[in-house]
Write a protein that binds this ligand. Structure first.
Ligand code: NDP
Length: 315
């Protein structure tokens, strides 16, 4: 049976943006309720060491940082729930949201911190080795370490692919980049950097068709030249994807202004306001440029302060 709960502040999503918003909102006595989503802690929980978050001189693992952020939010009595918000109605002054446990929430303010997810090619073999942790990854900075002294393949031709290929080139004996067109999408400086790295080989007009292996681990990639149809097999133990991210914003599309990729647009630059009064966005759901834990945490703080001011202005 569905139950209606009235809340001052609902936070959707639990990465650094969501937890920071929860800490600020709880300390401001907004009694925030957070739905963590299917991956509590968000993308950082798939990371090993985080070495660039200020305040951790010896680094910290992504999962550990998320446990600490959750504990910090709970210390101020944020109501943190495992589950998903699956539907919203932002047409009225009170924002209606439905959770997958049947709860209907009527929120005065909503902070969206649903983040983004890495995109994959969708090949059956790719998904198989991804699921078993057998050598497929969408984060070279997180997983490159495991391929030290080995050969890897990376798909993509944007700034992320160049940055990650360059990162891998410092760890791996050889990195093969598969570029589906005959040119890069990345900025000139990033493109030049990979072109000038001796152990990066660039294969243009080339698309991965199958990830090869013994069922337990990756041993190569079968790729096709889309101009000549020539098939080649590239030996590697790691297969990396850097073909973009998809913001997790589908449930908001009927109410919020999104860009062509799906990132939520800020209504007023320098704030976290969306086009719906009382609905704010923080972190990667609106950020395609920086995408860092620290920038997500920063916008999480801003969203909680914006929500607090919004509530004060209504009173
Ligand atoms: P982009 O969307 O810029 O690039 C995605 C790349 O993946 C493109 O080269 C695209 O090919 C390729 N691709 C997409 N789908 C497939 C597919 N199915 N098979 C093969 N290749 C595919 O994403 P990024 O993550 O690289 O960058 C996102 C944003 O972040 C950009 O604005 C970028 O500039 C920025 N960024 C900046 C950095 C920096 O300045 N240091 C670092 C990282 C990102 P195609 O070109 O053919 O479409």
């Amino acid at each position: 049976m569905s139950e209606i709960q009235k809340v001052k502040c609902l936070i959707i999503g639990s990465g650094p943006a969501g937890y920071t918003a929860a800490i600020y909102a709880a300390r401001a006595d907004m009694k925030p309720v957070m739905y963590q989503g299917m991956q509590p802690g968000g993308q950082l929980t798939t990371t090993n060491e985080v070495e660039n978050f200020p305040g951790y001189p010896d680094g910290v693992t992504g999962p550990e940082m998320m446990i600490q952020l959750e504990a910090q939010a709970k210390r101020f009595e944020a109501d943190i729930r495992f589950g998903m918000i699956t539907k919203v109605d932002f047409s009225g002054e009170i924002h209606k949201c439905w959770a997958d446990d049947g709860t209907e929430i009527h929120a005065e303010t909503v902070i969206i911190s649903t983040g983004a997810s890495a995109m994959y090619l969708g090949l059956e073999s790719e998904q198989h080795y991804l699921k078993i942790g057998g050598g497929v990854s969408a984060c070279a900075v997180c997983d490159g370490f495991f391929y030290r002294g080995q050969e890897t393949v990376i798909v993509g031709a944007g700034d992320s692919a160049c940055e990650e290929a360059h990162y891998l080139s410092k760890l791996c004996t050889k990195v093969t980049m598969l570029v589906r067109r005959d040119e890069f999408r990345a900025s000139k400086i990033m493109t030049e950097r990979v072109k000038n790295t001796p152990n990066i080989e660039i294969l243009y007009n080339t698309e991965a068709e199958e990830v090869l292996g013994d069922g337990q681990g990756v041993s190569g990639v079968k790729a096709r030249n889309n101009k000549t149809n020539e098939i080649i097999e590239i030996p590697c133990t790691g297969f990396f994807l850097a073909i973009g991210h998809k913001p997790n914003t589908a449930i908001f599309k009927d109410y919020l202004n999104l860009d062509e990729v799906g990132y939520i647009k800020y209504e007023q630059p320098g704030t976290t306001k969306t086009n719906v009064p009382g609905v704010f966005v923080a972190g990667d759901a609106a950020d395609k440029t920086y995408r860092q834990a620290i920038t997500a945490a920063g916008t999480g703080c801003m969203a909680a302060l914006d929500a607090e001011r919004y509530l004060a202005s209504k009173e």
